[in-house]
Design a binder for this molecule. Structure first.
Ligand SMILES: Cc1cc2nc3c(=O)[nH]c(=O)nc-3n(C[C@H](O)[C@H](O)[C@H](O)COP(=O)(O)OP(=O)(O)OC[C@H]3O[C@@H](n4cnc5c(N)ncnc54)[C@H](O)[C@@H]3O)c2cc1C
Length: 262
């Protein structure tokens, strides 16, 4: 049976987030949390693989306890199990510490043939996690995955299409492999009532730092995060442009020439 890990992140709804102009800090209070939209596409890809070839999907998220809501949303559309990696010790982590923490927590659960990630998160948006996780799990990776065309447990391979700037590349890859998913072919699944009710009953495994044997605490949370963010500020936007319309092309060009001369 194919064992599939799907990485999902709960993010603040950035459309509703504002920045404190004095401190430069993001004002998170009162901002609703949502499932990272691209992770819903990654989950759709994982579900399609499960429906076509069989398998079991385990979700994993690292975040505060209320990230459970994002996991329930994913369980409601057909994921089988969920792992919530949560502990104050994991807090204030940059991507390096986050990928190490997710690897360490996932290793307490199972080994995986396929890992699915979104392309990037709505808030951090570094797009680094997929590549870092592939490196940490010691598996191949396919970025910008457009389509999983075939998966064979027998040969331990998958055939996939990958988006390039100027075309599409078809690759055969050895499993285990990590895929970051383009949303084009994998629309978000909407849970029905039956799915929502079933999701409420599914068990979510919580993993804290103490649950991970041999965890290197120097590599998680703040101590494990070499990236420091000294300041955040809104970008200075350029002056808006002027649209000339003098009634005719000739008059408009004449006006433009006047402005340039001046
Ligand atoms: C100095 C510093 C301190 C930070 N402190 C905090 C903090 O206290 N709290 C906080 O929430 N963030 C914090 N962050 C942000 C944190 O590093 C990122 O949220 C995280 O590492 C993922 O990076 P990203 O959001 O750019 O994801 P991307 O690399 O853009 O995401 C790609 C994909 O990776 C997967 N993924 C990403 N994050 C997770 C996750 N947490 N769980 C499961 N799958 C995931 C998803 O599939 C996602 O689509 C901090 C960052 C820095 C630099």
């Amino acid at each position: 049976m194919l064992k599939i890990l799907c990485c999902v992140k709960q993010v603040p709804d950035v459309d509703q987030m504002r920045m404190d102009p004095e401190t430069g800090n993001l004002i998170r209070a009162g901002v609703p949390a949502i499932l990272n939209p691209q992770d819903a596409n990654a989950l759709s890809a994982a579900l399609k693989v499960k429906e076509t070839y069989g398998g079991e999907i385990t979700l994993i998220t690292m975040g505060p306890p209320n990230a459970e809501a994002a996991l329930r949303e994913c369980l409601a559309v057909g994921a089988d199990k969920a792992v919530l990696v949560t502990d104050r010790a994991f807090g204030n982590a940059d991507t390096l510490a986050t990928s190490y923490s997710i690897l360490s927590a996932a290793n307490t659960q199972d080994t995986f043939d396929m890992i699915f990630c979104g392309k990037e998160s709505l808030d951090g948006a570094t797009g680094q996690m997929g590549a870092q996780l592939a490196q940490r799990f010691g598996m191949a990776q396919v970025t910008s995955t457009l389509l999983i065309k075939d998966v064979s447990e027998e040969t331990g391979t998958a055939v996939v299409e990958r988006e390039l700037d100027d075309g599409v590349e078809t690759l055969e890859v050895k499993l285990p492999c990590l895929f970051t998913i383009e949303k084009t072919n994998y629309p978000v699944r909407i849970p029905n009532l039956k799915g929502k009710l079933a999701a409420k009953k599914k068990e979510i495994t919580t993993v804290t730092a103490n649950d991970i044997p041999d965890l290197d605490r120097g590599r998680i949370g703040d101590p494990g995060s070499p990236t420091k963010v000294p300041r955040m500020f809104p970008p200075v936007l350029p002056e808006p442009g002027v649209i000339l319309d003098e009634g005719s092309l000739e008059a408009t060009v004449a006006k433009l020439v006047d402005i340039i001369r001046a």
